[in-house]
Write a protein that binds this ligand. Sequence first.
Ligand code: IYR
Length: 220
Amino acid sequence: MPARFQPLAYAPPEPGEMLRRVRAFYERMRTRRSVRDFSDRPVPREVIELAIRTAASAPSGANQQPWFFVAVSDPATKRKIRLAAEEEERRFYSGRAPGEWLAALDHLGTGPEKPFLETAPWLIAVFAQAYGVDERGRRVKHYYVQESVGIASGFLIAALHSAGLATLTHTPSPMNFLREILGRPANERPVMLVVTGYPAGDAQVPVISKKAFDETARIV
Ligand code: IYR
């Protein structure tokens, strides 16, 4: 029988070192912005693969890893995704979205045109496996799917940002077309597209701010 437990590989940092590391991470992460103007400059596939490996190292309910990532650089597939997304987004912006939703988005300056879906070198489609399927084709219940996929997506965005790439979490609504275009099975639900690449040289981002610490957290 293989051992069920093994010693944790862990080297405690000095408190000063800990503070330096967490501050450096904070300073790095807080420069991340959602970018909608991408350059078409290529990004090596290995960078994307390592970012996905990072995402897939995330904790998950019962370690079921209920996710699947499809990284797309093929221009024809990106085009299909853009056309399908824009079709949904046109409906979203011209009637399907309630006025309150459109008002909440107004300051971001978004609209139904999604050229970045073709310009950006990589689109990473994140799928959640609502349930698993065992070797005999039987359904296996998955736990905390949303939470697990959310955590993995956060790891993915952090890894891409730490590499120096711009990212956008894009959620065309609805986005079931992704399952068809990317040939994913019925137990998988598309959660988001993580668009990534270099920002365009003249990329603009909305002037926004984050909540003050006191509005975000309380330490007791
Ligand atoms: N899916 C649309 C609308 C949209 C919704 C939210 I919530 C955003 O934070 C941004 C956009 C779009 O991508 O334009």
